[in-house]
Write a protein that binds this ligand. Structure first.
Ligand SMILES: Cc1ncc(COP(=O)(O)O)c(C=O)c1O
Length: 418
């Protein structure tokens, strides 16, 4: 039977012009963001707390974000990583504590735990690539204080089961929604289930200000502690600048304050969230429907398809070798396909695996009677799945023609390789 030649073998690629870059929020930057930034510049007041004519853009973003996702308090911060550190400190997590994180997440999740003075413990994932609720109990011990579920690339976590287990063991839940703003589980936005939850506005994220983040909670006490930690221990709106209040809940903080310029962009990006998510979902499910029946192709399980933010299509192949071949062949056809985090559990990165911090004291890993040890095979499911994936990332800039090319290339490559 005649088969066209794969581009990787010297054939004609499906596509020669580059695919739209997968920067969802940034791809819809327009006059609205321009105008908002200019307004702040013209006000000569880029700082949220004072200046000649503060426009209150950060506050506006916080209010709008709370209203959008349905939560009482939002605090704008400088990054997703900052949001995790602030949330952990607000929850009182520190030396001698362990925090459960999934084996498949970005370095920032366990990194923030270490920054807070605690130690990350890794739980395995399931077919959704998110934390496996059944794996949580296996790693809980008397030091465990919190758990950070991470909805990976648009796929909401099974928050009902996670909350149940967290209650059983009295764990604080901190959702790290960095990659999945706008995703929902059973009709409710990710980031509204846990005690105090985190978002990122970094360039790869669904809405973006370049860098930026948000902490959200329904708990006034956690909110107050988050405000204090992010602003050098102060709660200016309550007690003014450098108050000498010595209430029990005053403590030393850091500076993770969001600037008015960031706030201004965030306000405009938030207005576009629904459009971004709807566009990506449409493209993704259009492609998925046309490749569903190809033998040898499987898909990441989506925990709630209606709540999928649609930023990524993750294909499962039979084994790591096939997945590598498949990705390389797709790339040669002009369709970028990647895998997450080198295809390995995040604890394999030497910083984590070797427990390296910026100093040589051994802190915070030396705060326990037993030695903290990370072993390669701690999370076998993560190893199995992460090696076998091909991921295609979307943005609202994807056109129907782009989707057609993706479908064409996948069929072409599958015919040869699978
Ligand atoms: C799951 C996850 N958590 C946290 C972060 C950190 O966010 P940021 O880059 O805004 O610090 C990221 C991405 O960068 C992420 O993907």
């Amino acid at each position: 039977m005649y088969k066209e030649k794969l581009a990787i073998h010297g054939g004609e690629p499906v596509r020669t012009e580059p695919m739209p870059p997968p920067y969802a929020g940034a791809s819809v930057y327009g006059e609205e963001e321009e105008r908002a930034v200019l307004e702040v510049i013209r006000s000569k007041s880029p700082y949220r707390y004072y200046g000649p004519n503060v426009l209150g853009k950060v506050r506006e973003f916080e209010k709008a974000f709370s209203k959008k996702i349905g939560i009482e308090y939002t605090l704008g911060v400088t990054s997703g990583t900052a949001s995790l550190v602030v949330a952990l400190k607000a929850a009182g997590i520190g030396p001698g504590d362990k925090v459960i994180v999934p084996a498949c997440t970005f370095l920032a999740t366990p990194g923030a735990v270490v920054c807070a003075g605690a130690v990350p413990v890794f739980a395995d994932i399931d077919e959704s690539m998110n934390i496996d609720p059944d794996a949580i109990e296996k790693v809980v011990d008397k030091h465990t204080k919190a758990i950070i579920p991470v909805p990976i690339l648009g796929n909401p976590c099974q928050m009902d089961r996670i909350m149940e287990i967290a209650h059983k063991y009295n764990l604080v839940v901190i959702e790290d929604v960095a990659q999945s703003c706008g995703s929902k589980y059973k009709g409710r936005y990710s980031g509204t289930f846990g005690d105090i939850n985190c978002f990122s506005l970094q360039i790869n994220k669904i809405i973006t200000t370049g860098d930026g983040g948000a902490v959200v909670t329904n708990d006034p006490k956690l909110y107050e502690r988050a405000v204090r930690y992010h602003d050098q221990g102060m709660f200016r709106e309550k007690e003014g600048f450098l108050s000498k209040s010595s209430a029990d809940d005053v403590f030393i903080g850091q500076n993770y304050r969001m600037s008015e310029i960031t706030g201004a962009i965030a306000v405009e990006q938030l207005k576009k969230l629904d459009y971004i998510v709807e566009s990506m979902r449409k493209i993704k499910y259009n492609i998925k429907d046309q490749i569903r029946d190809i033998p040898g192709i499987g898909f990441r399980r989506i925990n709630d398809e209606e709540g999928d933010a649609g930023n990524s299509l993750i294909i499962y192949l039979e084994n790591p070798e096939k997945a590598k071949e498949f990705r390389e062949a797709l790339n040669a056809e002009g369709i970028p396909a990647s895998f997450l985090y080198n295809g390995e559990p995040i604890y394999m990165l030497p910083q984590i695996f070797n427990k390296k911090t910026a100093d040589s004291s051994g802190f915070p890993f030396n705060q326990f009677d037993e030695e903290i040890v990370y072993e390669k095979d701690m999370c076998p499911k993560a190893w199995d799945i992460m090696q076998r994936t091909a991921t295609i990332n979307f943005s609202p800039a994807f056109t129907e023609k782009d989707a057609e090319d993706v479908v064409k290339a996948i069929h072409k490559v599958a015919k040869y390789i699978l």
